[in-house]
Structure formats: C-alpha cells, structure tokens
Design a protein around this ligand. Sequence first.
Ligand code: FES
Length: 710
Amino acid sequence: MKLSINGTEVEAAEGQNVLEAALDAGIYIPHLCKHPDLEAVGGCRLCMVEVEGTDGPVCACKTPVAEGMVVSTTGEAAERVRKMAMELILATHPTDCTGCPKYGKCELQSMYQYMGVSPTRWRVKSRPVATDDKNPLITHMFTRCIRCGRCVRACRELRGVGVLDYQHTEEGIRIGTDGSVSLQQAGCRFCGACIEVCPTGSIVDTLNMFDENKSYADNVVPCRSGCPAHVDIPRYLRHIRNGEYTQAAAVVREKVPFPESLGDICVHNCQGACKRNGLNGTPVSVCRLKRAAAVRDEGTWKANVRHEPLTGKRVAVVGAGPAGLTAALYCAEKGHQVKVFEANEKVGGQMRYGIPAYRLPDETVDAEVATILEISQASDPEPRIELACGARVADPKALLSEGFDAVLVTIGTHDGTVLPMAGHDLEGVVRNTDFLKAARRGEAEDLTGLRVMVLGGGNVAYDCARTAVRLGAASVDMACLEAEAVMTSTPEERAEAAEEGVVLHDAYAFTSINESAEGSGKVGSMTIHKIERFYFDENHRAVTELLDGGEMTIDVDRVIFAVGQKPEGTADMGFELTHGPYIVADAEGKTSVEGVWAAGDCVTGTKSVIAAIAAGRECASAIDRALGGDGEIDGELTEHEAPCQHIGRAPEGFYGEAVQPQFRDAEERKHDFDVFECPYTEQEATCEASRCLQCDLRLTLTSPRLWNEY
Ligand code: FES
C-alpha cells in the first residue's frame, strides 16, 4: 500500500506500522523502546508523528499503515511530545557518557544529539543504584537503565527464557530477576540477547572481557575466533545437539579436512576461549564433540565440495603433513593439478610420525587422506592430487623448472633438539622425533626393564613418556624447567600420564647426564636441580636460580630429549632463513624465492595440527590467486540454517561439569598402543553440546541503525 511521509510517497507492506514503513523508506524517526526484532509497546513516546485526520500526535510504532495515509514526522505537536519524553529520560540518566562502555555506540546518546535536546535541561539527578557485577559474563549498570524494557522482552519473547522483569525494590523499579537471585539461580542461558538489545550501556558484557584488538563478532564468539582455522563451532554444536552428525561434520569440513584427527588430538584453543570458562570454569568439550560428529559422518556433504574446472596449472607440495595436504586439497578444488612429495614412506607428517597411535591411529589418518583424494577427484577420470611417498626433495625451487607453476614447502619440524649438556652424546640419549617415529613404525627399542628419563614438559614430552611406558619401561620420569602450573602440556595429559605411572619433576634444571660406569659410554643416571626461580631477562634469555641443596640424581638407562624440534635440510634450499633453520615467509606464505611458498611448522616453529591446517588454507588461497584464480576457498558443505532463537530457560544440568567419555583403565591401556578414549555416545554428545551458550545467536539480532546511517 502507499502512504505519504513528509510529502514523500512511501510503499509499505500490510501489517507494518508507520515507524517500520518510514525506516524502510530511509526516513528516520527517533525510537527507543522499539527494536527491529521486538514487538512495539509504545512506551518511550519518542516516535511521535502526526497523521492527517487524527487528533494530536500518535506513536508511529503503534500506528498501522493505511492506504493513502498522510504522515508528518516534523509537526510541532509531535516534536514537543518527543522532546519532552527525551528530556524526562535524560533527567535521571548519568551524564558521564565518556565513561560508559557504550560511548559512541549508544542509541540514546545518538538520539538526543539528533533531536538537539540538552541532556541537562531537566536534570533531576541520576539514580544511585549499585551496579550488579556479581553475575558471570554479564554486568548490569542500573544507573544507565532507561527502563525501555527491551531486555525484558528479548529475554521473554525472543528467547523464551523469561528471567528478567521489572522488579520493585527499595531503590525503585529496576530490571532484575524475581527475588533478586543470581542469573544462574534464575535459569539464565547467558545468551547475551539482553546485552545486544540494550540501547544504552546498562547491560554489558563483563567489563574488560573483550580484547580491543579483535572485532566485535570475534569477541562475542571467542571459540570461533580462537580456532586458528575459524571453524564455526556454535553452528556445528547445534547440529550435534539435534543429532545431525553429518551436517556437523560438514560444518567442520568447511574449514578443515581432518575432522576426526582433530577430534582426537587438537590442542583445542577454542576451549581455552570458551565463555563457559567464566561461567563455571568448565568449557564445552568442543574437541570431543568434533570427534563424535566425525565418527558418525555419512558423507552426504561430498556432493557440495567445490570442484572448479581444471586450470592446466600444476602445484608441487613438498611435505605431506596437515599443512601440505590441506593446501593440496584446496588447490585441487580450485582446479589445479597437485603433486605431493613426501620423504617418509607414508603421508601424514606429524599426525602419523609425531603423535603416538594411542592418540591418533593410522586408520584415522589413512581414512581422512583417502577422503581428500576422493573429493578432490570427484568425477574426473584422473586424480587431481598425486602422492609421491619416499621422495625427499632437497631443492624445492628446482621443481619450478620441472613444469610446476607454484611450489609449497610444508616440511614441518622433524629434527629433534638435543641440548649440548654434559653427557648428551652418551649411548642411550635419544631425540623425541626419532623415538616417536620408530614407535609409529613398529621399530622402537623394547624398553622392558629399562629406566627412562624424558626431558621436557610439553605434549610431545608426554607423548614420549607414555610411549616409553607402553614399550615396557620399568620406570618413566619426566623433568622440566617450568612449574606444573605453567607447563604447556594439558592438565588432562598430565593426569592420564600420572595414572600410567609417569613421575613428573617440575621446576627442575637439567644438570648432567651421567655415564653408567667409567668408560662404558652409556647413560647411567641423570642429575637435575630444583629451581627456586625461573624468568626471562631483558634480553629474553631464560634465567634459572637454583635452590640450595635441591640437586637430585636418578638412575636411568635412557634419556629422551623432548625440548623442541626444528626443520631439516632448509640450510641448502636457498631460502632466506630466520632463527636458524626456519623459512622466512610473509603473511600469505611467500618465501624469498619467487614462485615458492612455505607454511606450517617449518615457518612458525612447532605449533599444532590445527595451526598447520590454517596455514595450509592461507597458502592455497594465495597460490590460487597467483595462478589467476580468485583465491576463494570457503564454501558451504551443508545448508546454513537460521538457528532457533527461542532457546528456553536453562535445562537441568546446564551449569554442570563437562560430560566425561569412557576411558580404558590405565592398567590396561599402558600395555598397548590402542586408542584409550571412547568417542562420546550419542546421548553423551547431545548432553555436552547442549552446554554451549550459543554465543553467536545474539549476532543474528538486527542492529538498530543510528540516525546518521539513514
Ligand atoms: Fe514508539 Fe518507543 S519506539 S514508543
């Protein structure tokens, strides 16, 4: 239907109100209690307009449009009521706008500036109501509340939670929970809808929770931004909650081609960032849920994989670890022929040779590599990805003259570091990389009856220690410089290793590896010394202050260095290097050699499988652009359904601890290399996924436009 607003003919849909029709037509009318996603209540009286044939001004948000209606937003009577309403709101509102977390983004501030209303003309005084900062994640600054009721309606009508309402208190009417109980006691879902719709700085995310260097969306959904590959975690957790495992796996696969491997071994930065850490200290078990989806994936998403026509370009990938295979897949999807050169007899890199089989079995890596080959080939007669194993490439740039248009180096860090300390060259001193690789190949030494010391405190050190246990060691000790509280290994890893008999000596310096008997040339013991203080000086050098009398010597037969690892063979590849053997590459992975890219641990130092995958993605995109493509590698493997807004009050168990999967008993598991953690059952997966706060849901709400955006 057609109506006239300020002399302009405007089209409106039946059922719209005058405010909606005006805003849709780009005509601004001030409004506060009306939010685009909430029903109008006509409370703030800022949207006053005059309608021909009607006595006095009316609320635009409560006036339905009608054919031929003539509306004026600038009439004197309407302006008078509107200004009066604004002055009354401002009379009790604090004037310290610059101290408000919403400063510059506040709808109230924007609106009174638009209306030319003085914030102090009718000043009564601001209401000195104490800020409620006792709840996790959400702070309620009552003095900034203008009682527009948006938060109450969002909580009740949009979310179906209904824990917020107007409360009559000794301090007057304010927004809160019934009986002023905590949000948790009231059954809040901590979805943040109240924060999102609040037009002022009254309800805000806990102060200082956000990182100024991140975007708003990244701060609101920290798990997704915390994941190096930015997997859409809340989206796939919703699918798991609904029992849609294939769709969940598809969401993961939109960013990473190794969902099951990651479900087994990911360092899960997302869990460190999960807002549930601030709620009850236990994040959602995102990693285990990823595995739960991957093991039930039926692969129907394969039909949606990008498969662009062949470009005639050839890409060589040197190193078939997670970075190289990821890049190979995305380059193939973009239409390039890829050949992957791998020095080892099998592909997988650290996933196969650096991580013990009890954490990530060969079958999982094999299956995921097979899927990469299958989906990249699709219906082509020839594979788009060729794997060449047992093919060490000493000079990657030479491949450019062998018909390849681009070369990507992803050789990882397979050279374990041995510290040049006394006794480091004795027989029985082993490097982490050699030790773990031998175990994966079934070529490891039988350690039955031997005593082992592992030096290092990261996850790789634990991999070595627990592998030594499984190889029959009589005892396994670990020593590391860091105190346990700051060790880089996960608490779960430490607890599981302790159950298997690994003894940790944290905060110890390595003094010497000692010979077993004069002239034997073999390891006999290890001396370590308790550290009183450990810090880095102004030159970033580690300084250790030793405790008097804190020396200890432990009889051992083998010492395994697990204190770091570095790339092999880069000195002769002709690249600019840094920090010794690491390849210098820019943000896109470009090296100092034209036409050659590098990614993953050989550039960044040893990080994680997910970081390597993310780097592989970046490089694939950059290589595609360099070869004439658009670099677009993101795609939708499953429909992006709008999430249900109506989440209801917190169900029983919502605030509880994470669901624990079944584990094989330590006494049993320490004798073999079989996987010891069972995937979540469907029921366990549903329960755990239901603990997600769905932080992304609030981003689906409409942001009201400020007047200067019209
Ligand atoms: Fe219409 Fe508040 S927006 S009365």
